[in-house]
Design a protein. Structure first.
Length: 323
């Protein structure tokens, strides 16, 4: 019977280099592409994988004509390896910040609610106060971004932070994510400037229901708010809807059709300021929730991430002041 692995076994036999090789082979599904990404020979990559398999006593990849497919165990291992590699990236960033001052990297996930005004203003402020900090931005949905936050692949997620205790996402209920709210957000219903409803002083939901709508897919908060709007009015939800999370695509559709879109007010106001859209008058305010940032509750924040959060707070003050 095989003796169980102990942490001491792993300390003696595993190397960070082999874990990095493993991660890249899993990422690319190919030893050739992994060798190119790591600037290593293909034989060195292959040997590292073989050594790792021998050490762990488990097969990590299925070799096929289409490449290297991770086994079920390899998928479990990769989640752990991602955390280890993220910790070492954080260590490198913190060391650089200590040695050089105000340097490092921040990977930011952004939800649609913050992409047009809040996040760009925050990054602009950060560039002025700490120009050596590098920022990378990834736009996505809650389902896409929060797993990346938990695995250490993004430092913070910027966007909506109002989530109920009945949220379908476990990471928003189990305390693994910490939020700070910085802005109150409302939802606006917008059209192109030449939409038939644009000249009207008052518009009913029944009038809007006959037009095509642009909405995120279920189960997004925006979609749920619009659905509730129609439910409360005892009206049928629009059957003609285009599902899109892309602000640029949504804007293009508004400019070239008679569609109606539901947008967070910061995005809607910015588009209106640029003369691109019309905001429909509504009898009631549609509360969208709080906008801010989310970080891993148990992972220490790097100095660069803390500087970025400072810029978020400053940007929120500027927006609240109406500047």
């Amino acid at each position: 019977m095989r003796r169980p692995l102990t942490p001491e076994d792993l300390f003696r036999k595993l190397s960070l280099r082999s874990l990095r090789v493993f991660d890249q082979v899993a990422e690319h599904g190919s030893t050739i592409k992994a060798s190119e990404a790591l600037s290593l020979s293909q034989s060195a990559v292959t040997k590292a994988i073989q050594t790792l398999e021998q050490t762990l006593g488990m097969q990590l990849f299925l070799r096929t004509n289409h490449g290297m497919t991770p086994t079920e165990y390899a998928q479990v291992l990769r989640r752990r390896v991602k955390l280890v590699l993220a910790d070492f990236q954080d260590l490198a960033n913190e060391t650089n910040s200590f040695l050089e001052g105000d340097s490092g990297q921040v990977a930011v996930g952004t939800l649609i609610s913050s992409t047009l005004r809040f996040l760009p203003l925050s990054i602009s402020l950060l560039e002025k106060s700490a120009p050596k900090i590098s920022v990378s931005v990834l736009e996505g949905t809650v389902e896409q971004l929060f797993p990346l936050l938990l695995s250490g692949q993004v430092s913070a997620v910027v966007g909506r932070v109002s989530y109920s205790s009945a949220s379908p996402y476990p990471w928003l209920r189990d305390g693994s994510v910490r939020h700070e709210a910085l802005l109150d957000e409302v939802l606006c219903l917008v059209t192109g400037k030449h939409h038939p409803l644009a000249p009207l002083d008052t518009v009913s939901l029944r009038q809007m229901s006959s037009y095509r709508w642009i909405l995120p897919s279920t189960p997004s908060p925006t979609r749920r708010l619009v659905e509730k709007l129609f439910e409360d009015a005892k009206l049928e939800f629009p059957r003609h809807a285009t599902e899109s999370l892309s602000l640029l695509s949504n804007l293009g559709l508004l400019l070239n059709s008679d569609a109606i879109a539901a947008l967070p007010s910061t995005a809607a106001f910015e588009f209106r300021r640029l003369g691109l859209v019309h905001i429909l008058p509504l009898p009631t305010t549609i509360e969208f929730g709080k906008i801010g940032y989310s970080v891993h509750a148990d992972r220490p924040l790097t100095p660069a991430t803390l500087r970025f959060i400072d810029s978020l707070r400053t940007a929120a003050k500027i927006i609240r002041a109406g500047a």
